[in-house]
Design a protein around this ligand. Structure first.
Ligand SMILES: [Zn+2]
Length: 413
C-alpha cells in the first residue's frame, strides 16, 4: 500500500537522447527537475541561528541568494537552486550543541518560513564517505552514533526528496577482500534501510561502488546475496554511483566507471533508473552527461571562489582580481552592490567570495541548460559541436573528449 503512494511521488522520464546522453524530467514529491542537472552542495545548517540564515560563511551567502535576502538585494535566485545536495555529515563540520542539533531537525527545510522561496529538489546523502573512519557526530556536549537508523532519521527530518542508504565507499588501494567486506556491510545497511523507508515519500537511490564493470557487478552480486534482486527493484528508484571522488581528476577512470555503470544497470534491469554520480567536479560534467549520467553534485563553485577563481565557463576561469564583471550578464555581475563586494569593498571575506561562488554556480547551471538543449535537438551533432567548442583547444581534455565522442556520440564522421 505504502509503495503505491511512494511510486506516485517519483517518476523519471527520458524525453530525448543523443548517443548515450539523455535528457529527461525527474519528478519527486511535486518537484520537477530537468536532467542532466547539477545539485550544488548546500549546508543549510551550519552552526548559526535563523537570524544568520543558520550560518556557514560562504554557504550563508549562497543561502541568502537562494532566498533573496535583503543583504544581497537581488530577487531570490531560485532558478539556480532547482536542486541541492545536503550532506548529512555536514552537521559534523560545526560544533553543535544537542539543543541546536535538535532545533535544526525539528522542522523540514522547505517547511521553514525562512526558506520559503526555495522549492528545489533536496538530495540528502548518507555521509558514508565521512562516517567511515569517524563513526559519530561530535557535538560540543553530545555524541550521536551514526548508523543506518540515525542517518535515515536525519534525512527524513530534513525533509529530503532523494535519499541514499548508508554505504561503505571503497578506496583505490583496498584489497579485493576489503571491498567484498565493505559490500557486505553495505548490504546489511540496505536491508535495514528498506525496512525503514517503506513509507518514505520520495526517491530512494541505491549506492553503487566500483571503478569498472567487474567491480560493480560483483558489488551487486554481494548485495543480492542478502537482499534479493526483486526486493532491490521494488525498494529503489535510482542509482548513486560513489567512490569516484579520489579519481575525480582522472578522466579516463571516470569515463570507464560511468560507461561500465550504464552497462551494469542495463544488465541488472535498472536501465530506466536515473543515474547520479556523487561528488564530481564541474570540468568532468559534459563528459559524464554524454555518457548518460543524469545528475551530479558538486561544490566546485564554492571551492573555486575560495581559491580566488572567477568562472568564464565550466573549463575556464581567471583570478577574481582580474575579472571584468561587466562582461557577464548574470544577476550577480549586473548588480553594482555585489560587484562592489566582489572588488573587496566589504568587511567580511564571505561577502567577497559569496557572490563569486554564486556567479560560478550560474555559469555551471547555464552550461548544463545548454547541454540539455543540445541533446533535445535530436541526433548527436549539436552535442558533438559542444565538445569540439569546449575541448578542441584544451590539450589535457581533448583526448578524453574524442574518446567520448567516438564511443558514445557516433564519432566525428
Ligand atoms: Zn556573473
Amino acid at each position: 500500500m505504502s509503495r503505491t503512494i511512494t511510486e506516485n511521488t517519483f517518476n523519471f522520464e527520458v524525453n530525448a537522447t543523443a548517443g548515450d546522453a539523455r535528457t529527461g524530467t525527474l519528478h519527486v514529491n511535486g518537484t520537477r527537475l530537468k536532467t542532466p542537472n547539477l545539485f550544488p552542495v548546500m549546508n543549510f545548517y551550519a552552526g548559526g541561528t535563523e537570524n544568520s540564515v543558520y550560518g556557514g560563511g560562504v554557504h550563508r551567502t549562497m543561502k541568502e541568494f537562494m532566498i533573496g535576502a535583503e543583504r544581497v538585494s537581488v530577487d531570490p535566485l531560485t532558478n539556480y537552486f532547482d536542486a541541492t545536495m545536503m550532506s548529512v555529515s555536514s552537521l559534523t563540520d560545526y560544533n553543535l550543541t544537542r539543543k541546536r542539533f535538535e532545533a535544526y531537525l525539528d522542522t523540514p527545510i522547505k517547511e521553514r518560513e525562512l526558506f520559503e522561496p526555495f522549492e528545489g529538489t533536496v538530495f540528502a546523502d548518507s555521509g558514508g564517505f565521512k562516517f567511515l573512519n569517524n563513526a559519530e557526530i561530535d557535538g560540543s556536549d553530545f555524541e550521536e552514533d551514526m548508523d543506518q537508523r540515525t542517518v535515515y532519521q536525519i534525512q527524513k527530518q530534513l525533509g529530503s526528496d532523494i535519499i541514499v542508504n548508508l554505504d561503505h565507499p571503497i578506496a583505490p588501494d583496498d584489497s579485493h577482500q576489503e571491498r567484498v567486506k565493505k559490500a557486505e556491510r553495505t548490504a546489511e545497511n540496505i536491508h535495514t534501510f528498506l525496512s525503514l523507508t517503506r513509507d518514505f515519500d520520495g526517491a530512494q537511490y541505491l549506492t553503487l561502488h566500483g571503478y569498472n564493470y567487474s567491480m560493480m557487478n560483483e558489488y551487486l552480486d554481494v548485495i543480492t546475496d542478502s537482499v534479493p534482486q526483486g526486493v532491490l527493484h521494488e525498494g529503489f528508484d535510482g542509482i548513486a554511483l560513489g567512490s569516484l571522488v579520489p579519481k575525480k581528476d582522472d578522466r579516463g577512470a571516470l569515463i570507464q566507471a560511468v560507461t561500465d555503470c550504464r552497462e551494469v544497470m542495463a544488465e541488472w534491469g535498472m536501465e530506466d533508473w536515473p543515474l547520479h554520480v556523487l561528488g564530481i567536479s564541474s570540468r568532468a560534467i559534459p563528459i559524464l552527461a554524454a555518457l548518460g549520467a543524469d545528475s551530479f553534485d558538486s561544490s566546485t563553485h564554492i571551492h573555486n571562489a575560495i581559491n580566488g577563481k572567477y568562472s568564464h565557463s565550466l573549463m575556464d576561469h581567471s583570478p577574481i582580481k582580474e575579472a571584468d564583471f561587466s562582461k557577464c550578464d548574470c544577476p550577480v555581475c549586473q548588480s553594482d552592490h555585489l560587484v562592489n563586494w566582489m572588488r573587496g569593498n566589504t568587511e567580511y571575506k564571505k561577502d567577497i567570495l559569496g557572490p563569486v561562488a554564486m556567479h560560478n554556480l550560474i555559469v555551471q547551471k547555464r552550461e548544463l541548460a545548454d547541454i540539455r538543449n543540445r541533446i533535445q535537438q535530436g541526433g548527436e551533432d549539436a552535442l558533438v559541436d559542444y565538445f569540439e567548442e569546449t575541448f578542441g583547444r584544451d590539450r589535457t581534455m581533448r583526448q578524453f573528449a574524442h574518446q567520448v565522442v567516438n564511443q558514445s556520440l557516433g564519432g566525428y564522421f
